[in-house]
Every structure is written in structure tokens, then in C-alpha cells.
Design a protein around this ligand. Structure first.
Ligand SMILES: C[S@@+](CC[C@H](N)C(=O)[O-])C[C@H]1O[C@@H](n2cnc3c(N)ncnc32)[C@H](O)[C@@H]1O
Length: 253
């Protein structure tokens, strides 16, 4: 089992306590602007986790389809939707190879919802490819992903010695040949069991993202800094941004 499967197995309750998932309302405010507040638009949430963006969008009147690789996260997402009295079409699927009969007006993939967690670059690319297939011509993709400029500018040495907001040092090692960060991540799952996971995450530089999207037939590509709870097209991406916000459209022909 890969580290990202182990991580999200029996972790849904703890996940919702993480500091980085507290900005949902502000993030959805931004998504609504990108959708021009048009509630007829159909939205697909890729790697939806416990469904925080999908459920919030559904409460605001949007038609939501959402999936995740983790059965456990989807179970919690279903509970969250029924708790808020909304319907979301949740299912368990793999972002690398999913297919729906219909196409969507918009796809979101937020907070590393699958891309860039895969163990090979080809797998990460297949996620973007599957999303491209799932979008209508002119459909919009909005995602956030790890910013490769951050570890570069902060020097790999500082980065690998860094501590997270909880003071945990993750024994990182950043590989400059692959732009992959290997780290030990300690979590306590929902049963109170402590697990140490060997994580492997890919940091992309903006020019790579642009090229990947162009090669798939996306246009209107915009890359910004991603501030938790406050996504904005006014944020220029800098070396201080840990994540980037990417917006692109599937070409119309
Ligand atoms: C950090 S969480 C983000 C969840 C959600 N988008 C959010 O903003 O809270 C990453 C999610 O990606 C899911 N995931 C990882 N690999 C996946 C894959 N290949 N296909 C679908 N989901 C995947 C995980 O199960 C996890 O729920």
C-alpha cells in the first residue's frame, strides 16, 4: 500500500482538525467567483477528501460530483453532506484512470487532492490527462499544488531542517534530480494508533505545470500564490508560497 493510501485510511476525523483545512469558506468564495456565480455549472471535485469544498458548494446550490481513492474519506464525506442536508454524488475512484459518462463545466483538485502525491511523474500526469477528458470544451480546471520554488529559494538545506507548524521535524531529504521530497510523517489515526509514513511528494515549478497543461490542450493558464482560505488571482506566485493556485481552461475545439 502506498503512503498516501495508508495516510488516509482511518484518518478522516483527525484530518478535519488539521490547520490547513480550516479555510474552506474563503476558498469556496473564490471558486464561486471563477464560476461567475452560475449555479447551472456542473463541478467535479477530484481527491475530495471528506468533501469540505463539495459540501460547501452544494449548500450554495451547485451540482456536485466528487470522488476520492479512500473509502474512509468518502464515508465521512457522505456523513458531512447528509449532516448539512445536501446531495453530492460521492464515489471511490482513482484520479489516474477515472471516467464518467458525462463531462463537467469545472474540475477542482484542492490541497493536493491526488496530484502531486503519486509515486511517478507519469502517474501525476495521468491525473491531469483524466481531468482534461472529463471536462467539457471550455471547461475550467482549478487546482492547488506544491510550489517547487519554495524549497529551491529556501535552500534545500534549510528546507530539510525545517519544522512544521506543530514543531515536528520530518527528516526530509529533497532530491534535486527529481524534485521529490522524501520525509517521515508521524500521524495518530482515528483509533489512536501512531503511524510513521515514508512520504514522497513531487514539487513542480510553475513552468513545468504550464508545459504539462499546454501539452494536454489547456489554454488561459494562470498560476498564482495559494493562500489558505483566501485564494485570489491578485496573488503573484513568489518563493514564499508553499503552494500554488493553478487555473486553466480546456481549449474549445
Ligand atoms: C490532502 S487531501 C485533500 C482533500 C481535499 N481536496 C481537501 O481539500 O481537503 C488528499 C486527498 O487525495 C486523495 N487521493 C490520493 N491519491 C488519490 C488518487 N489517486 N485518486 C483519488 N484520490 C486520491 C486522498 O485519499 C486524500 O483524501
Amino acid at each position: 500500500m502506498q503512503w498516501y493510501q495508508q495516510l488516509f485510511d482511518n484518518f478522516a476525523v483527525q484530518y478535519e482538525r488539521e490547520s490547513f483545512v480550516q479555510g474552506t469558506v474563503g476558498e469556496v468564495d473564490f471558486l464561486e467567483q471563477e464560476l461567475s456565480f452560475d449555479k447551472t455549472k456542473t463541478i467535479l471535485d477530484v481527491g475530495c477528501g471528506t468533501g469540505r469544498h463539495s459540501v460547501e458548494l452544494a449548500t450554495r446550490g451547485y451540482s456536485m460530483t466528487a470522488f476520492d481513492l479512500s473509502t474512509d474519506m468518502i464515508q465521512k464525506a457522505r456523513k458531512n453532506a447528509s449532516g448539512r442536508g445536501v446531495k453530492v454524488d460521492f464515489s471511490v475512484r482513482d484520479a489516474r484512470s477515472f471516467r464518467y459518462r458525462k463531462q463537467f463545466d469545472c474540475a477542482i483538485m484542492l490541497c493536493e487532492g491526488s496530484f502531486p502525491l503519486m509515486e511517478t511523474d507519469e502517474m501525476n500526469f495521468s491525473i491531469l490527462k483524466s481531468i482534461h477528458r472529463a471536462l467539457k470544451p471550455g471547461g475550467k480546471l482549478i487546482f492547488t499544488t506544491l510550489n517547487g520554488l519554495f524549497p529551491l529559494f529556501h535552500s534545500v538545506k534549510d528546507f530539510i531542517n525545517s519544522h512544521d507548524s506543530a514543531g515536528q521535524n520530518h527528516n526530509n531529504s529533497f532530491d534535486l534530480m527529481t524534485f521529490r521530497d522524501h520525509s517521515d510523517y508521524e500521524i495518530t489515526d482515528d483509533s489512536g494508533q501512531v503511524k510513521v509514513l515514508k512520504c514522497n511528494e513531487r514539487y513542480y515549478v510553475p513552468s513545468e505545470i504550464r508545459w504539462l497543461l499546454l501539452s494536454l490542450g489547456f489554454t488561459e493558464i494562470a498560476i498564482h500564490g495559494a493562500k489558505l482560505g483566501a485564494y485570489s488571482r491578485h496573488d503573484t506566485l513568489t518563493t514564499e508560497d508553499y503552494e500554488m493556485l493553478v487555473i486553466a481552461e480546456k481549449a474549445k475545439i
